[in-house]
Design a protein around this ligand. Structure first.
Ligand code: SF4
Length: 336
C-alpha cells in the first residue's frame, strides 16, 4: 500500500480486512510502498515518512499481526532497487504504455508532470515487488489484475532469457527462477464516500479509520442520500442511496430491515437513518482505534525494522538465484 496518509474505510474494507484473514492461511508479506510514492510525489517528499508511519499504525490497528506476517518498508529492502533494474532491461516499452492506469493517472493527476522514466516504469517496480518473494498469489481487487498479468509476462520473459540450469546425471534441464504469480481475487464491497462516489482520498469524501465518533457522525450528517427523497414525507429507496450502501455493509440484518421499511414508507427520516449508520460504523471502528492507541512509535519502528530484515533475507535468496541465472556473479562469489 502506498503511504498516502491515514487509511480510510475503503482501504480497510477493500484490502486490509482481507489481508487480516489471509495472514492465517498463507505466508504473507505486506509492505508500505514508499518507492511507489516517489513515482508520483517526487517533487515533494516531505510527507512520505510521516505517512509511512501512519500506514504502519493502521496496518497494526486493522489487525495485521507481525507474529503472523511480515510487515516492512519497501525502501528498506535494497533488493527492491536491484531487481527492477534487471527486469527493466527485458521489459518492452509497449507493455508499459499499455497498462491501463498509465494513461488514466496521467490524465487524472494533471497538476503533476508524470512524463518521467520512473512513472512509466512503475509496473516494473510492482512486478519486482511480487517476484522478489517468488510469490504464488497476489491478493488484489479486479482493478489491479492488469498489473499482475504484466508481472506474469515479465516473469515468463525472464525465465525464457535466463533459465536456471541443472546439470544432472540424466543430462541438462532448465527450471524457472521467477514463478509467474496468480491473482487471488479478494472481495471488495462497493463502499461509497460521503458524496456518493467511490471512497477515495483524491475525492476528499473519506471516513478515516482514525476518525473519532463525533467526526464520523458529522461526516455522515453531510452524506448525500436518495435524490428522490426531497421532503421528509417522500418515500425513498435504500438501493439508490449511499447511506443504504453503508447499512448493507455494516449494519445488522435487523437494522437493515428497519432501514428498508422505514425509508420506503417514509416512516423514518434521513437524519435518524444516518444516525443508525453512524452507530454501526462507530462499532466497527472502536476496537480498531483501541488497538492503534496501544502501539507506541518506538514499537512500530521496531516492528518495521524487524519485518524489513526478514523481507531482506527472503528477497536476497531470490536475488542470488537471479544473479546466478543472469551470470552477474563473479565465479564462486555467490550473492553479494
Ligand atoms: S432514509 Fe436512509 S436509506 Fe432512505 S434515503 Fe434517507 S438516508 Fe437513504
Amino acid at each position: 500500500m502506498r503511504p498516502t496518509g491515514k487509511l480510510h474505510l475503503g482501504n480497510y474494507m477493500g484490502a486490509l480486512s482481507n489481508w487480516v484473514k489471509l495472514q492465517d492461511q498463507y505466508e504473507c508479506y505486506f509492505f508500505i510502498a514508499d518507492l511507489h510514492a516517489l513515482t508520483t510525489d517526487y517533487a515533494d517528499t516531505s510527507n512520505i515518512l510521516p505517512n509511512t508511519m501512519d500506514v504502519a499504525l493502521d496496518f497494526l490497528a486493522g489487525g495485521l499481526d507481525p507474529e503472523k506476517c511480515t510487515i516492512f518498508v519497501q525502501s528498506k529492502v535494497k533488493q527492491h532497487f536491484e531487481l527492477p533494474l534487471y527486469l527493466g532491461m527485458i521489459t518492452p516499452l509497449g507493455w508499459l504504455e499499455r497498462v491501463p492506469s498509465y494513461k488514466e493517472m496521467q490524465e487524472n493527476l494533471v497538476n503533476k508532470d508524470l512524463t518521467t522514466y520512473g512513472f512509466l516504469g512503475y509496473p516494473v517496480l510492482m512486478a519486482s515487488d511480487i517476484l522478489l518473494y517468488q510469490a504464488q498469489y497476489v491478493p488484489v481487487g479486479q482493478d489491479q489484475q492488469a498489473h499482475v498479468e504484466l508481472t506474469r509476462e515479465v516473469a515468463r520473459r525472464f525465465n525464457q532469457c535466463y533459465p536456471r540450469v541443472h546439470n544432472g546425471p540424466v543430462g541438462t534441464f532448465f527450471t524457472d527462477v521467477l514463478p509467474p504469480p496468480k491473482v487471488l481475487l479478494t472481495p471488495s464491497p462497493k463502499l461509497p464516500g460521503t458524496d456518493g462516489r467511490k471512497m477515495s482520498k483524491s475525492y476528499g469524501n473519506t471516513i478515516l479509520m482514525t476518525d473519532p465518533e463525533q467526526v464520523v457522525r458529522q461526516k455522515l450528517k453531510t452524506m448525500v442520500t436518495d435524490p428522490a427523497r426531497i421532503r421528509r414525507t417522500d418515500p425513498g429507496d435504500p438501493d439508490k442511496c449511499p447511506v443504504g450502501d453503508l447499512h448493507k455493509i455494516f449494519s445488522t440484518p435487523e437494522t437493515l430491515a428497519d432501514v428498508y421499511e422505514g425509508c420506503r414508507s417514509a416512516g423514518i427520516g434521513c437524519i435518524q437513518c444516518k444516525g443508525w449508520a453512524a452507530d454501526a460504523l462507530v462499532q466497527v471502528l472502536a476496537p480498531i482505534q483501541e488497538r492503534r492507541a496501544s502501539f507506541s512509535e518506538a514499537q512500530v519502528t521496531e516492528i518495521l525494522k524487524d519485518g524489513s530484515n526478514r523481507a531482506r533475507a527472503r528477497a536476497e535468496q531470490t536475488m542470488e538465484e537471479v544473479r546466478a541465472a543472469m551470470q552477474m556473479t563473479v565465479r564462486g562469489e555467490g550473492g553479494r
